[in-house]
Design a protein around this ligand. Structure first.
Ligand code: ADP
Length: 522
């Protein structure tokens, strides 16, 4: 069950609306008091670019009127009265600059100064008293003006910033909602603060905001057929490890529906100081892709099985034709050689396809034995050198190495790498092959000086049926199966395979095999 917290909980108060302070039709005293407090509270207007003229004007006039009554009817001491009026005016100016910006502050300043002149005029000041009264009023007027300007300006800047932040949030939300993939954003503790409708659609239920990834069970998802614990969820993993998680695949089982396949990535969002402030996750429904892949696999499986028998018979027929025709002329011999070569190629392609589908279905078996790796490399080179006389294959043996592995499958890897080196490099260029040892592994390298592989392609060439698509490669035949099969074989021997390459400068493929690997291979 996804936890239940209301969606509103997550939607930030992007734009604080000054009129949004209760039900308008509710005229209870409490509600009226609430409305009044909200109306008077200057903080309630932060981010609201609505500046009142009427309220500061009326209020300042009322303050002046009250001051007049208070000062000259009740207290009647000019010294105390002066200080009191100045204090009251400063407070009013600060209040209105903060509530209604520069305009509010200036209106209050103007009323205060006019009131001072009113005092000078009505109290009939003259000579020295009049001059100092006017001077004081001008100085105070300037100070009030400055005060109103500074506070009013700051208030208006804050409003603009809040408004801009709100606009950006709204823009981001609109983009997130439009995306064709599911997006979840959490705070730094993994609490969901934003999710788009695609997430709800994919999960088949509303993703409740406030769900804590890593703590709350999200759904009955399975990863490699095992139930997913909340901490395995990519968002939780990214937050726990501080590292992004890319393209993790899950199967999601929804009640009463067929399982769907998800590909999920998660990454952290950091502030300028590099501190994690949030995390974002992208959820992609790859069910259709998976179905297409399955159909492709089924087709490859069926086609390779169906092709295997007629091609094997073809090969037998060609061989027996070759034996039966004793006195062939040169042309017939060439035709038969061509037939043999093409049938063998066809046989190799079909057997590669069969291996791919066996790997997919887990039916590729290994027969382990102990053998000398350096000798196997040497035999493979001899065999390939014979059929490619225009290449110089240089072999360096750094140590004599015994390993425990499937000899035929390792031979298959070597043939793949060496034929690729031949295929993807110009005639008459060298190929360097070496066999050596590291602490625990045998290390084989196959180096060519051919077309090389771009950085971003280097990982993908080991994917199933992947071929680099550029003009240069178009002239090379192949299915893109060789490296995938090689990688799987090496992986299942608990070894490693990788490439170091530079475009136009050649490639070196490496693979390792454990020296002591007597355990049963998978
Ligand atoms: P295939 O050679 O049948 O296309 P592979 O799986 O053996 O399939 O190789 C996959 C891709 O990797 C090739 O299409 C090619 O683009 C690239 N590649 C493999 N080996 C080399 C190499 N030695 N130099 C340059 N590119 C290579």
């Amino acid at each position: 069950m996804l936890i239940s917290i209301h969606r509103e909980f997550l939607t930030y108060p992007i734009h604080r609306n000054i009129h949004n302070y209760g039900n308008i039709s509710d005229n209870s005293p409490v509600n009226r008091l609430k409305k009044l407090t909200h109306y008077l509270n200057p903080f309630a207007y932060l981010g609201v670019k609505k500046y009142s003229v009427f309220f500061p004007l009326i209020f300042s006039l009322a303050v002046s009127l009250l001051s007049e009554i208070f000062a000259y009817v009740i207290v009647q001491d000019p010294n105390i009265v002066g200080i009191y009026i100045i204090f009251l005016n400063v407070a009013t100016i600060i209040y209105f600059s903060f509530r209604d910006g520069i305009r509010g502050g200036l209106i209050t300043t103007l009323i205060s100064i006019l009131y001072y002149f009113y005092i000078i005029y009505t109290r009939h000041y003259h000579d020295q008293q009049l001059t100092s009264g006017i001077q004081t009023t001008i100085i105070l007027g300037l100070l009030y003006y400055l005060l109103a300007l500074i506070i009013g300006y700051l208030k208006q800047r804050i409003d603009s910033l809040i408004e801009r932040e709100g606009d950006e949030k709204r823009r981001l939300q609109a983009i997130i909602q439009q995306l064709p993939v599911g997006v979840i954003i959490t705070d730094h503790k993994g609490r969901v603060v934003e999710g788009n409708k695609q997430v709800d659609y994919i999960l088949g239920q509303q993703l409740e905001l406030g769900t804590v990834t890593g703590r709350d069970t999200l759904a009955t998802a399975k990863f490699n057929n095992k139930p997913v614990t909340p901490s395995q969820w990519p968002l939780a993993q990214a937050l726990a490890t501080g590292k992004s998680v890319t393209d993790k695949e899950f199967t999601l089982h929804k009640e009463g529906a067929k399982p769907i396949f998800l590909q999920i990535s998660a990454s952290l969002i950091t502030n300028k100081q590099g501190k994690t402030i949030a995390a974002a996750s992208i959820i992609n429904d790859i069910t259709i892709q998976k179905q297409l892949e399955k159909r492709k696999d089924d087709f490859v499986n069926m086609a390779s099985h169906e092709l295997k028998t007629p091609i094997t018979s073809m090969k037998l027929y060609v061989d027996s034709l070759d034996m039966r025709l004793k006195n062939k002329d040169e042309k017939t011999s060439r035709i038969i050689e061509g037939l043999k070569y093409q049938t063998e190629r066809l046989q190799k392609l079909v057997s590669d396809l069969l291996d791919v589908s066996r790997l997919q279905t887990g039916k590729l078996t290994f027969a382990k034995e102990e053998f000398r790796l350096d000798s196997l490399v040497s035999e493979t080179i001899d065999e390939l050198q014979r059929i490619t006389p225009n290449k110089k294959i240089i072999y360096t043996v750094r140590s004599l190495i015994k390993i425990y592995a499937d000899k035929f499958r390792i031979y298959q890897v070597l043939t793949n790498l060496i034929t690729n080196a031949i295929k993807y490099s110009p005639d008459n260029s060298d190929i360097n092959i070496s066999v050596g040892k590291t602490d625990r592994n045998a290390l084989v390298s196959v180096q060519d000086f051919g077309i090389g592989i771009q950085k971003d392609e280097q990982k993908r060439i080991f994917d199933r049926l992947y071929q680099v698509s550029s003009d240069k490669e178009k002239t090379f035949p192949g299915f893109g199966t060789g490296l995938y099969i090689s990688k799987e074989i090496i992986k299942r021997h608990k070894g490693n395979i990788w490439v170091e390459s530079e475009l136009d400068n050649g490639s070196t493929f490496f693979f390792t095999l454990p020296l002591k690997n007597k355990e049963k291979l998978k």
